[in-house]
Design a protein. Structure first.
Length: 301
């Protein structure tokens, strides 16, 4: 049996086999299983013991957290919060019914928010649950949670987390084709963008788009030949994306010479260097920017 790392450091330990992991899980107490399942649902989000207790609904989870950490199932960050070990959520989802756990947790958070017991520190848990709900398609519950949070706490001191949560809410509203909810999310994003020191540079959920690729398309039309040549260049350079603006850096494209025969006449177009200037465009929502430039050579005499 492959042992799990013991102790409290954050170095990744040996990856246990499925049999070894099953044996480790079978030795856990009911509370330890509940805590581990909750942290697996929220994924990469690290929570404090107090947040875990509120989320799971228990008075004291410190001993359970310590035991799970001792077994190498949790890792601790620099702020003394814990998260599930990397890759554990995917493995647990094959052994446990994490969907049921997630459903219970989102209802728990909704109840806490509606009862006025939610604090700004609980936005960490809200963010983790929002990511889970969006990924599993729990869109109605997600929107209900975000509404409850917005009416309960002031998000000024956790603006960036609130922006990420709103990104999940916007995806949920669009998936439901809920125009009213979409309008509310956009209005809330505009509101928080006006808060001092706030810069919305990315409101797309982590589950949607991980990088931005610029595509420059240059079609070339040859007069009298009825021939078109398109060159597509992909750049791995990320594009700076704001809430509604995209800035594309300039690109220089080298077009090779082309020979075309039409109606008994041979035409040679010499190589051409084309510079596409930097462009800023305003769009409602975008994942790819396309800049189109058309060049026309002098007519053949």
């Amino acid at each position: 049996m492959t042992p799990l790392v013991e102790g409290r450091d954050n170095r990744p330990g040996p990856c246990p086999t499925t049999k070894a992991l099953t044996e480790q899980l079978s030795a856990l107490s009911e509370l330890e299983r509940d805590v581990l399942a909750a942290l697996a649902v929220v994924g990469d989000t690290a929570l404090s013991p107090a947040q875990i207790e509120k989320l799971v609904g228990v008075a004291d989870a410190r001993q359970a957290v310590a035991e799970l950490e001792r077994r190498g199932l949790l890792q601790r960050d620099q702020d003394d919060r814990v998260a599930a070990a990397p890759g554990l959520r995917d493995r647990l989802s094959k052994l446990w019914n994490l969907a049921d756990t997630g459903d219970r947790l989102i209802q728990q958070l909704i109840s806490i928010a509606e009862d006025g017991r939610l604090s700004v520190d609980d936005l960490d848990a809200v963010l983790g649950i929002s990511e889970w709900a969006c990924r599993l398609g729990r869109f109605e519950q997600l929107l209900r949670l975000v509404h409850a949070v917005q009416t309960t706490i002031d998000v000024v001191h956790r603006t960036q987390k609130w922006i990420e949560i709103l990104g999940y809410a916007r995806e949920a509203a669009r998936s439901l084709d809920d125009v009213k909810a979409q309008a509310w999310v956009e209005a809330e994003l505009r509101r928080v963008s006006r808060l001092p020191g706030t810069r919305i540079s990315r409101v797309v959920p982590r589950t949607s788009v991980q990088s931005w690729i610029l595509r420059v398309v240059v079609p070339v039309a040859l007069v009298g030949a009825g021939f078109g040549l398109a060159t597509v260049l992909d750049s791995g350079t990320p594009v700076e994306v704001g809430a509604t603006t995209v800035t594309a850096p300039p690109r220089t494209v080298r077009l090779g010479g082309t020979t075309v025969t039409a109606a008994g006449t041979t035409v040679t177009v010499p190589p051409t260097t084309l510079t596409v200037p930097g462009t800023t465009v305003t769009v409602p929502d975008v994942t790819t920017v396309t800049v189109t430039v058309t060049t026309l050579p002098n007519p053949v005499r």
